[in-house]
Design a protein around this ligand. Structure first.
Ligand code: AMP
Ligand code: MG
Length: 439
């Protein structure tokens, strides 16, 4: 990368611009990312984060043998031969609610009323649910509840959950590297933990550049457009587990962009800028980026989102922060973030590299590839009555038409070296929503 700027030819690119495949660009970008450190994290906020400690159960779950039903704790042998025609009537000598401990062992020939989750008393080896007794009839007729008629023979173990049935004390419940999904979070709560060590979420500072931009919430002005890129990208950052920080709009001046980047660098694990990477841009954007670190400008063999910048920015203390320079066109910005930002977030979060979930779908419309770039066509994928996935183009495919992104639930791929995928042919569709939102 040359540091020299030839002022006699201000409109010429002075960076070596390479043409890269999506994979080449992605590999280069990802080589700059590592997993972030672990921090103590409130369990409730940890969804999607990666566990950074080994969790060993300090006790049995459940802690005691307990009832799986509302009913009567019995000694199974006392119910031998019981049928609805010839029930066995036994005296009720107590009641145990969930959260109470049994006051005394069960003695032969008696039962104790017991609620779901309540510990089964000593000597009892089965629970007979209300449905298999005359509980309801007694309640309706107002007959004494001091005895109960049992209509079925209970077998030892019936409706009793063993202590440690879920988790045994001393066992490793989850090891390092486990991704915390809803199930894991529930289990960790059952271990009594309110916080865990997890790889922290990456903070992504989003700087938008352009004199034409207004921040949403500001009054509409003739000739200006709202800064949609920051919001669309911020939503993707959240979706992929990061913490977006919208840093506002930098104007097309050195001072403005420098100030915005300085603020961004203080807080960010990744700085994302939008716009200023295509040929027509003010050189100021590129110059500021190169003076603050290193910048590589690439042409990526993809459509949309051909122009892409990537580099590292230096903080005042000399530490470095990766910078992803997204194209300004709103669809390009989002598609590029999907391809390059998402995997970078995964690596920082301590997750393995993984392809986007994808399906094969029959195209209802053709996808054209005019110039040997990989086409990411915005599509709406759906299932037909036979259960076969189809995909139709989601509106106007211009990279400025952001509503197409709102209509799309996937990006259908036409490979670099394929001139067209015709209607009726199969395309691979990388799903933006997967899979419960497909209809
Ligand atoms: P540029 O990369 O600056 O040439 O911008 C390319 C196109 O994207 C232009 O039409 C810009 O107006 C538009 N654009 C740039 N930044 C944003 C943004 N933050 N939100 C929406 N559109 C933008
Ligand atoms: Mg611009």
């Amino acid at each position: 990368m040359t540091e020299q700027h030839d002022h006699t030819r201000p409109h010429r690119h002075h960076y070596d611009e390479e043409m890269l495949s999506v994979e080449e660009a992605r590999d280069r970008i990802l080589s700059y990312f590592d997993k972030l450190p672990a921090v103590e994290t409130p369990l409730i906020n940890a969804l999607g984060q990666v566990l950074a400690e080994e969790l060993v159960a300090p006790f049995d779950i459940p802690p005691l043998a307990n009832s799986a039903m509302d009913g009567y704790a019995v000694i199974a042998a006392d119910t031998t031969g019981a049928t609805s025609g010839a029930p066995v009537e036994l005296p009720v000598v107590g009641v145990i609610a969930a959260g109470q401990l049994p006051e005394r062992p069960l003695t032969s020939g008696t039962v104790i009323r017991i609620m779901t989750g309540a510990p089964v008393p000593e000597n009892s080896d089965a629970v007979v649910p209300f449905e298999d007794t005359d509980e309801l009839e007694r309640q309706k007729s107002g007959r004494s509840a001091s005895a109960i008629s049992i209509n079925v023979e209970a077998l030892p173990g019936n409706n009793v959950r063993d202590a440690g049935e879920d988790v045994k004390a001393g066992t490793t419940v989850f090891g390092e590297g486990v991704i915390l999904r809803a199930g894991q979070i529930g289990v960790i709560a059952s271990l009594g933990r309110a916080t865990i060590r997890a790889i922290r979420r990456p903070v992504v500072a989003i700087v938008s550049t352009g004199d034409e931009l207004l921040e949403p919430g500001e009054e509409h002005q003739e000739g200006k457009i709202y800064n949609s890129n920051a919001y669309g990208v911020a939503a993707m950052v959240t979706r992929y587990g990061g913490v977006p920080k919208i840093m506002g709009i930098a104007r097309d001046t050195v001072e403005s962009l420098e100030a915005a980047l300085e603020a961004a660098l203080e807080i960010a694990d990744l700085v994302v800028t939008s716009a200023g990477v295509s040929k027509g841009d003010y050189d100021v954007v590129k110059d500021v980026l190169s003076s603050k670190g290193e910048i590589a400008l690439w042409s990526v063999r993809m459509r949309p989102a051909k122009p892409l910048a990537f580099g590292v920015l230096k903080r005042k203390d000399g530490t470095r922060v990766p910078h992803l320079g997204l194209p300004g066109n709103p669809v390009s910005a989002m598609v590029a973030f999907e391809q390059f930002g998402r995997p970078a977030l995964r690596l920082m979060m301590g997750k393995v590299r993984a392809e986007k979930p994808s399906i094969e779908a029959v195209m209802d419309d053709p996808i054209h590839n005019y110039d040997g770039r990989r086409v990411y066509a915005r599509v709406h994928a759906y299932r037909d009555e036979a259960g076969v996935y189809h995909a139709r183009l989601a509106g106007n495919q211009s990279s400025g038409v952001l509503t197409s992104m709102a209509q799309a639930n996937g990006l259908a791929i036409c490979p670099d070296d394929v001139a067209m995928i015709g209607a009726g042919e199969i395309a691979r569709v990388e799903m933006l929503d997967w899979p419960d939102d497909i209809f």
